[in-house]
Each structure stands twice: as structure tokens, then as C-alpha cells.
Write a protein that binds this ligand. Structure first.
Ligand SMILES: *[C@@H]1O[C@H](CO)[C@@H](O)[C@H](O)[C@H]1NC(C)=O
Ligand SMILES: *[C@@H]1O[C@H](CO)[C@@H](O)[C@H](O)[C@H]1NC(C)=O
Ligand SMILES: *[C@@H]1O[C@H](CO)[C@@H](O)[C@H](O)[C@H]1NC(C)=O
Ligand SMILES: *[C@@H]1O[C@H](CO)[C@@H](O)[C@H](O)[C@H]1NC(C)=O
Ligand SMILES: *[C@@H]1O[C@H](CO)[C@@H](O)[C@H](O)[C@H]1NC(C)=O
Ligand SMILES: *[C@@H]1O[C@H](CO)[C@@H](O)[C@H](O)[C@H]1NC(C)=O
Ligand SMILES: *[C@@H]1O[C@H](CO)[C@@H](O)[C@H](O)[C@H]1NC(C)=O
Ligand SMILES: CC(=O)N[C@H]1CO[C@H](CO)[C@@H](O)[C@@H]1O
Length: 840
């Protein structure tokens, strides 16, 4: 997969009690008002605003999670939630719409509104977002005469129909800001500027048409186009990226807006865990506002989970954690969440100065820049002092003493250009070490109760059950319309007297565009293969034996998420399209037989999928399971067990270590694809991560050589309180379910290291209490969380003061000062700090 692409965002807020949402007094509703822009400012009801936004995609969590996620975004200092709209989910079949469950876009937007926040609606309808097929329904691809994302009438008609549907739905529900609703901006298309050259003049015509079509919807708010330097006017062009400080919109009136600030990165099935540090993310945001930014959006603020078959690809994992400020399960990702919260507080408190846009800039040497924003009266100011040098700290002459210290790759924010209120490289927020705890007081799943049944493949292995025939090797989604990951390609050859092939050994060679291939000859599985290093095309070769007479050659092709990015990505083929599929002679037999234009019969999907083995309701999902002789490492096998839900309210995951590749369901809800047997590439990781210097998705990787994704989110709302929960696994390549177990994700340890003059705050989050203090030293302690060491000096009362303040409480707050800790044996010139490690 490619390194540059877009993601989507969405936000939604709900009241804690769904009932309350039904009877909201209108006085609680945020009513944003008229949204305009001028002189580089974004104005709401005439008042210039700084917008701090974060992406939360509604289908990547559950309705029950929305209120908490949005509340945590608000508590983290955001005022806006951004989301994409996912066409493929809303219109799975042409003109058959679905806005139920976690596709209830209106409810999501109203939840945002109920939290008093704004919304940005990125309709797209192309979304990228590492989402299956970039959010396009695959039936679109199969419409006669269509060309996607260009000046093509069939496509434009469909795009307009869907855009109008969404805008009209929001209008009817009064969700646009001028109607008193939360939506302040909408987006049409998405990062088309990255690839429009490939579409030539038709692309230029298309983007003009997009702009006009969007305006024709009369939504009453400004529209944006991201990564579109030539966006037609009245469209505001915006920036996506890891940094956007150097970005300038294409019209001086337009506000400088950053629609996607990538908080981390997505993960491939063989990919390491990407991390972007809190320091670097804060640096990018502070620089953006230093250089006149008006709106910035975290992509993602909560990444969440690719449930079902929604992951893009090929080969994108089910987890879409993104190293976002809220983790996949909705926990605070600390210190990122808290470090940004402090930055947001500072930025918001100076909103009315920053939006007056009265600035002076001073170069202080070695790239260090001081930018001063003043209010018109000239008696209040806020200053940004940035040192973008990736390795050298700076001492600058701010107060005539040349001693003001700005660490490398950091921005200090100073009130009146004197007092530092924030530095992006100085983290005063707790670090949380998350742990996965076994299913506590509850019984583990009773593994003696695992049941199983084989996927019924006898028909396909005999070449039967096809629904169409062709003398060509067809493209997979043209046949399946992506109704399943699986497509059987079935043919037969004759060998011996009446055939043109010899009896005995040959080699089967299959040239496929992926993403996974299983081959069977005469009902015997002869091998499986998939792409390496993200390259989905591969050539499969295995020895086979032909017998006299008819030989069945049966190929099962499986997709693992359709591509979502790049020019003409929609045309990237999947499956054994064109092949060739060949039989090659071995040894003295010199024959190559090309089977590509044989008569091929096509069967879409698995029988177990059709019969809904996974839903817990159909007859086939309830009956026919065997409880004897549980097979291990058997491909094409369904497993089932029951379990008690873990107690408490902490998020739940299922540990699928031991399983191969497949799909998991809890109580009929899809958890997504699993593939824990896929190892992460062995190199490129580092134990330490330097936040300094430009970030890229290859920097700061962990988990090399490990299982790529071992844990799978089971949202609490999927579970029953009692012991009647059912886990069903479809195993495609062979696995062992014996180690499968449920765990909860919670804060194990909370650490912080805070300089004198600040306040140290610790919390176990989720209501649990601090049980012990493993380390506390007020002096010059060294190291970081899990490796703190005492320095050369400290206050004798360090530990007892912290124990008294924190143990037995769910959170505590300590002023880091001599007043709190008493005298220490530190020399006068030591800048003291307090380091604490607490157990939750
Ligand atoms: C400037 O500051 C002074 C002193 O704080 C205050 O009295 C005055 O009202 C301020 N002027 C404006 C225009 O805000
Ligand atoms: C960082 O500062 C050092 C020392 O002033 C200088 O040599 C180096 O070129 C700077 N690096 C960058 C990227 O500006
Ligand atoms: C495909 O061809 C086979 C062999 O000629 C035939 O038996 C079968 O009915 C055909 N299936 C379809 C769906 O046309
Ligand atoms: C596989 O097919 C591609 C075209 O799809 C072709 O370029 C390549 O040479 C083929 N490889 C083999 C080994 O047939
Ligand atoms: C196999 O057949 C090909 C083409 O028919 C020929 O070029 C090649 O020399 C033969 N190889 C052997 C080992 O006979
Ligand atoms: C592999 O995963 C285990 C379990 O999460 C973890 O303890 C270990 O540190 C990981 N190894 C690497 C190299 O990241
Ligand atoms: C911490 O210091 C602040 C300001 O000096 C004071 O208001 C607060 O009461 C102190 N808190 C504690 C726990 O001592
Ligand atoms: C628009 C933008 O800033 N894109 C940047 C995104 O991040 C990558 C990696 O740092 C840069 O190469 C892009 O320029």
C-alpha cells in the first residue's frame, strides 16, 4: 500500500442516557449560526473562531460508545468533531439505504450537538480512510459505462444522488449551523489534488463540477476541498499532512485550515505498530497556529475498529487505533491526550487575540522565530517562540539576558512574550501503561466446550455449485460485487488416454492479483499463499499429481480489503483475473497446458456465510456443531464457544493468539477479520523514539517480529451480562483456539515526571483506585516510566507525601514545590522535579 492517502473523519456526541436524547430541551443545543470567512478568519455569527477538531468515524465504534468518545474529545479541549460519510455502508445495494445502528449518521450528529460541539461533515463521497474501496459501494464499479472520480455522467449522477440524499437528510433534521445545527463545514471530494493529473482535462472538469454540485445543494455553510490547490472559488482548499505550517490557501480571504493532522498511522497485517509522539504532534499544532492557522483537525482523534469487512487495503488490519489521543477502545492515550489538552486550553484562552491577526515576527537566529500576536488595544499579547531545529537546543535573548531556553523541535507559548505557559516538548501529563487483564472473577471460556464444524466445501471441491460459467478468468469483484471475500474458480482437465495431459506429476502455476489463494486438486488441498510486503500480486506454484480421467482444479481466491487510494484505484484488479493458470510438465514431461480459457465455473462466497453459521439465530448456526475431537490447525473450519462477559466496565478484547486467519463474531456481531498468524516484518523498530526532527510513518515503530494483531475489540454493547455469550470463529488457514481468551484493557500503571512549579496529576481512569506508589522522588530523579531511578538528591519525605496524597484515591494532584515536600539535600542550582510511578 501507498504511503500517502487520506483518511476520513466524523464526530458524534450523545447524552449519557439515550432516553435523555429523546427529550432534549432546545436550550442545550449548540446553535452555531451563520458560518462565513474573510480575511483569513472563519466566522461564526460574525465572530472569528479558532476551531480545534478531531476525527471520529461513527462506524468505527458503536452507538453506545459515541457519547463517551465525544465527551472525552470535549474534555480534551476540542470544540468540533469531524467525520466522513460512508457511502458503501449507507447504500450497500443500489437505492437500498441503511442508516441503522452505528450507521445512524443523524444520531451521531445530534450526539455531537448535544455535547455543545460543532461538526464537520466530509461527505466525499470518496473517503479513502483505509476503508474498503475508499467508501465506494462496489456495485458502482459494476454499473455499465461508469468511470469513477472523473467527468463521467453515470458516475456524476450517482455521486450527486448520494450527496443530495445526505445534505437533504441533514437539512430536514436541521443539522446545518444556520438552521441551529452543529455542522459548520462540509467537504466535497477528498484529496483529489494528489492524483488529478492522471485524469487530465476530465479531472479538471470534474472538480469544477464537484464544486458547483456541492454549492447547488444550498447547505448554507462553506464547503472545503482538501489537498486541492486549484479548488474553484468559494471552495476553501485545506491541507492534510503531518505538518501544515507552510500551507497557504489559494485565496487570501480563505482561512488556513488543516483538515487532517495525522496523529499516527494505520497498520498493515505485516506492519509494525506506528507511534507519533505527543511532543511532535503538539509541535505541529503549535507551529500551525503560530503561522496563522484557524482550524485544525486531528486525524484520528479516535481511530477505532474496522468491523466486518470494512478495512481497506489490501491487507489493512482490523484495529484502526492510529495511535490517536483516544485508543481503539476509547481509553485516554496518555500522555498524548493530556499534553494536547493543555495546548488546547492555552490556544482557546487566547482565541480573541489570535483572531485579530495582528502579528509581528522576529528571526532570532538559527531558525528560531518569535511570533507575537497582539490585541488591537496593544496591551495584551501572546507569543509563539519556535525552534524547528531537529537537534540543537537554543538559548535566545528574550529578556536581555540571552538565557531563554527553547528545546530543539519545540514551540513555547508565552503570555506577554515573557511567561512560558506551555512548551510542546515539556510533558507534564501522566503516562499511562495500559495492561490487558485476564477475565478476572469470571470463568475463563470453558474450552472443553469448544464445538466445531467444517466449512462445507465438498460441492466446490467437486466443481459443483457454481452460479455462472465463463471461458475466461474473471476479475473477482466483477463477479462477487464484494458480497463476500471469497470466490471459487473451478475447472477440470482430463489426463491419460483421452486427455491431452499425462498422468502423474505436474506443477500447478497460478498468476493472481491476490489477495490470498487456496488451491485444491481432486479434493485435496495443495497449498495456500498470499502477497508479501504489501504486494498483492503473486505467482503460486505447487507440484500436483494428475490421475487418469477427470481432474478437478479448484482455486479459492480471497480478498483482504479492497484498495482505497491512488489514481484509478477503483480499477485495481483482484482475484485470478486473466491468470494465467497453467500446468507445467516436470522432469522428462515437457508440456505446458494453459487453462486460462478452460470452462471455469464461479461460486461466490462460502456455504457457511450463506447459511449464517455466525449469527447465532439461523438453524445452521445453532445446530450441527460437534463437540468431539476438536480439530487443530484444520483449514476451513468453524469454531464456537460460549463465555461469560468480563465483569466491570473496562473495554473488552478477545486474544486470538494461536489462530491463523479468518473472521470473528460475538453474539452475531462481526469483530472483523483476524490474522494473528501473520508476523510483523522483523526490522525497522526501535526501543527509543526521538520526537525531534520530521516525523514519517516509518519512524518510531514497535512490535517488530511479533504477531501483527493479537487482540480484537469486543464492544461492551455486543455482550450479554450472563454466561450466554457466543464466540464464533471462521478459520481459513488452520489455527488452534485453545489459547483464545477474553481480557479487559485498563490502566496498569500511571507515571509522571513534572518540574517544580507545576502540578502533578495522576489518575487510574475508569474509576479504579491507586493501590500503591512504586516510585516517588522529588529532587533530580532520572529515567522514564518503568525505569525511574533516584538521582543524587531528593527530599526525604518524597514517598510518604505522594503515598498520603494518592493511595486509595482514583486520582490525586500534587503541587511540585518545596512547600509540599519540605527541604531536600539538593544544591541550590538544581532544577528539581517530581517523578512518580503509581500502580492502579
Ligand atoms: C488595556 O489594559 C488596561 C489595564 O489592564 C485596561 O484598563 C484597558 O481597558 C485595556 N484597554 C483595552 C482597549 O482593552
Ligand atoms: C541545526 O542547528 C545547527 C547548529 O546551528 C546547524 O548546523 C544545523 O544546520 C541546523 N539544522 C537544521 C535542520 O536547521
Ligand atoms: C456451467 O457449465 C457446466 C458444464 O457445462 C454445466 O453443467 C453448468 O450447468 C453450467 N452452469 C451454469 C450456471 O451455467
Ligand atoms: C503474471 O501476470 C502479469 C500480468 O498480469 C504478467 O506481467 C506476469 O509476467 C505474469 N507472470 C507469470 C509468471 O506468468
Ligand atoms: C520443451 O518444449 C519447448 C517448446 O515446445 C522447447 O523449446 C524446449 O526445448 C523443450 N525442452 C525440453 C527439455 O525438451
Ligand atoms: C511482542 O508482544 C508482546 C505482547 O504484547 C510484548 O510483550 C513484546 O514486547 C512484543 N515484542 C516486541 C519486539 O515488540
Ligand atoms: C497548589 O498550589 C495552588 C497555587 O499555588 C493552590 O491554589 C492549591 O491549593 C495548591 N494545592 C495543593 C494540593 O496544595
Ligand atoms: C500536506 C503535508 O504536509 N503533507 C506532508 C505529510 O507528511 C509527510 C511525511 O512527513 C510529508 O512528506 C508531506 O509533505
Amino acid at each position: 500500500m501507498i504511503k500517502i492517502f487520506t483518511m476520513g473523519l466524523c464526530r458524534y456526541m450523545l447524552l449519557v442516557f439515550a432516553v435523555a436524547a429523546l427529550c432534549i430541551d432546545s436550550t442545550f443545543l449548540a446553535s452555531a449560526g451563520e458560518v462565513t470567512y474573510d480575511g483569513g478568519n472563519l466566522l461564526i455569527d460574525g465572530v472569528p473562531k479558532l476551531i480545534l477538531s478531531g476525527s471520529i468515524h461513527y462506524p468505527r465504534s458503536t452507538v453506545q460508545m459515541w457519547p463517551d468518545l465525544i465527551q472525552k474529545a470535549k474534555a480534551g479541549g476540542l470544540d468540533t468533531i469531524e467525520t466522513y460519510v460512508f457511502w458503501d455502508r449507507h447504500e450497500p445495494d443500489r437505492r437500498q439505504y441503511d442508516f441503522s445502528g452505528n450507521l445512524d449518521l443523524v444520531r451521531f450528529l445530534k450526539t455531537i450537538q448535544d455535547a455543545g460541539m460543532n461538526a464537520i461533515l466530509r461527505i466525499g463521497p470518496y473517503v479513502c480512510a483505509e476503508w474498503n474501496y475508499g467508501g465506494y459501494p462496489v456495485w458502482l464499479h459494476n454499473l455499465p459505462g461508469i468511470q469513477i472520480r472523473t467527468d463521467n455522467q453515470v458516475y456524476k449522477d450517482e455521486m450527486e444522488t448520494f450527496t443530495k440524499l445526505i445534505v437533504d437528510m441533514c437539512k430536514k433534521e436541521k443539522l446545518f449551523a444556520p438552521q441551529g445545527g452543529p455542522i459548520i463545514l462540509a467537504q466535497i471530494e477528498n484529496e483529489y489534488g494528489n492524483i488529478d493529473k492522471s485524469y487530465g482535462q476530465a479531472g479538471k472538469n470534474y472538480i469544477k463540477w464537484c464544486a458547483q454540485m456541492a454549492l447547488n445543494q444550498n447547505a448554507g455553510i462553506p464547503w472545503v476541498m482538501c489537498q486541492q490547490a486549484d479548488a474553484p472559488q468559494t471552495m476553501i482548499n485545506t491541507c492534510n499532512g503531518f505538518y501544515c505550517d507552510n500551507f497557504k490557501p489559494n485565496n487570501p480571504k480563505s482561512p488556513k485550515m488543516w483538515t487532517e493532522n495525522w496523529t499516527g498511522w494505520y497498520k498493515n497485517w505485516d506492519g509494525a505498530n506506528p507511534h507519533r509522539t505527543a511532543e511532535d504532534l503538539a509541535f505541529s499544532v503549535a507551529r500551525f497556529f503560530q503561522t496563522g492557522g484557524v482550524l485544525q483537525n486531528y486525524y484520528m482523534y479516535h481511530g477505532g475498529t474496522n468491523f466486518g469487512r470494512t478495512a481497506g487495503g489490501p491487507y489493512i488490519t482490523t484495529s484502526y487505533d492510529y495511535d490517536a489521543p483516544l485508543d481503539e477502545y476509547g481509553n485516554l492515550n496518555q500522555p498524548k491526550w493530556g499534553h494536547l489538552k493543555k495546548l488546547h486550553e492555552v490556544l482557546k484562552s487566547t482565541e480573541n487575540i489570535l483572531t485579530q491577526r495582528s502579528t509581528t515576527e522576529k528571526q532570532l537566529g538559527n531558525g528560531v522565530v518569535l511570533t507575537k500576536y497582539s490585541d488591537k488595544a496593544g496591551n495584551d499579547s501572546i507569543c509563539f517562540l519556535s525552534n524547528p531545529n531537529g537537534s540543537n537546543d537554543a538559548n535566545v535573548d528574550l529578556q536581555g539576558d540571552g538565557k531563554f531556553f527553547v528545546p530543539a523541535w519545540s514551540v513555547s507559548i508565552l503570555t506577554d512574550c515573557k511567561t512560558e505557559v506551555y512548551n510542546t516538548a515539556k510533558i507534564n501529563t501522566q503516562t499511562s501503561i495500559m495492561v490487558k487483564k485476564p477475565n478476572g472473577a469470571q470463568n475463563e471460556p470453558d474450552f472443553s466446550k469448544w464445538e466445531w464444524k467444517g466449512e462445507p466445501i465438498k460441492d466446490a471441491l467437486g466443481g459443483n455449485g457454481g452460479t455462472s460459467n465463463s471461458t475466461q478468468l474473471l476479475e473477482q469483484k466483477a463477479v462477487t460485487a464484494d458480497s463476500s471475500d471469497y470466490l471459487w474458480y473451478m475447472t477440470s482437465v482430463n489426463a491419460g488416454a483421452n486427455g491431452d495431459l499425462p498422468v502423474g506429476s505436474m506443477t500447478l502455476r497460478v498468476n493472481t492479483t491476490g489477495h490470498v489463494l487456496h488451491a485444491y486438486v481432486n479434493k485435496k488441498r495443495i497449498g495456500s499463499q498470499w502477497g508479501k510486503d504489501g504486494n498483492y500480486k503473486f505467482v503460486f506454484e505447487q507440484p500436483i499429481k494428475l490421475r487418469k480421467g477427470r481432474n478437478d482444479i479448484i482455486l479459492l481466491s480471497a480478498t483482504v480489503g479492497l484498495p482505497n487510494y491512488g489514481a484509478f484505484y477503483d480499477l485495481v484488479p483482484a482475484g485470478i483475473v486473466g491468470g494465467p493458470v497453467q500446468l507445467l510438465g516436470t522432469g522428462s514431461v515437457n508440456t505446458t497446458k494453459d487453462l486460462s480459457s478452460n470452462l471455469w465455473s464461479y461460486k461466490i462466497g462460502l456455504n457457511g456465510e450463506k447459511k449464517k453459521f455466525f449469527d447465532g439465530k439461523s438453524k445452521e448456526s445453532i445446530t450441527g456443531w460437534e463437540d468431539e475431537a476438536l480439530p487443530l490447525r484444520r483449514p476451513m473450519t468453524w469454531y464456537k464457544t460460549t463465555f461469560k462477559a468480563p465483569l466491570g466496565r473496562d473495554p473488552v478484547v478477545v486474544d486470538l493468539q494461536g489462530m491463523g486467519k479468518g473472521h470473528a463474531w460475538v453474539n452475531g456481531h462481526s469483530l472483523g477479520r483476524f490474522w494473528p498468524s501473520m508476523p510483523v516484518k522483523g526490522s525497522g523498530c526501535s526501543a527509543t523514539c526521538d520526537y525531534r526532527g520530521g516525523y514519517g510513518s516509518d519512524k518510531c515503530l514497535t512490535n517488530c517480529g511479533n504477531t501483527s494483531q493479537r487482540w480484537y475489540h469486543v464492544p461492551r454493547s455486543f455482550l450479554f451480562d450472563d454466561d450466554s455469550n457466543t464466540l464464533i470463529l471462521f478459520e481459513e488457514i488452520g489455527g488452534n483456539p485453545i489459547q483464545v481468551n477474553f481480557q479487559t484493557v485498563t490502566v496498569g500503571k500511571a507515571c509522571a515526571s513534572v518540574e517544580e512549579g507545576n502540578t502533578l496529576e495522576l489518575s487510574c481512569q475508569g474509576g479504579r483506585r491507586i493501590s500503591a506508589i512504586e516510585f516517588a522522588s522529588y529532587g533530580n530523579p532520572q529515567g522514564k516510566c518503568e525505569s525511574f531511578k533516584k538521582g543524587t538528591c531528593e527530599a526525604a519525605k518524597s514517598l510518604s507525601v505522594v503515598q498520603k496524597a494518592c493511595v486509595g484515591r482514583d486520582s490525586c494532584s500534587i503541587n511540585v514545590s518545596e512547600a509540599t515536600f519540605g527541604a531536600s539535600n539538593c544544591a541550590a542550582d538544581v532544577t528539581k522535579k517530581l517523578a512518580v510511578q503509581a500502580v492502579c
